[in-house]
Write a protein that binds this ligand. Sequence first.
Ligand code: ZN
Length: 83
Amino acid sequence: MQRYLWQQADGRRHAYDTDAERPAVGQPLTTLCGATVTPRTQDMAPGMWFDQTCWRCDREWRVREGFPPEEIPALATETEDAR
Ligand SMILES: [Zn+2]
């Protein structure tokens, strides 16, 4: 099983650590980017994930999995917070 998985919640697809977190409807979930989000019923339905990827989680995932530096995007290039 993969250590890290994605979960949509609060309008983005975040990643979480399966060793520490277990997503459940209405329960706070701490994600790799440090945000605490709360999945809703529709967030738990497979195939219903239309929200944007959280790039901070994507980056944190790559760092934790030991990706080579050239595959880890710099935070300065992110547009994640342009809401
Ligand atoms: Zn995130």
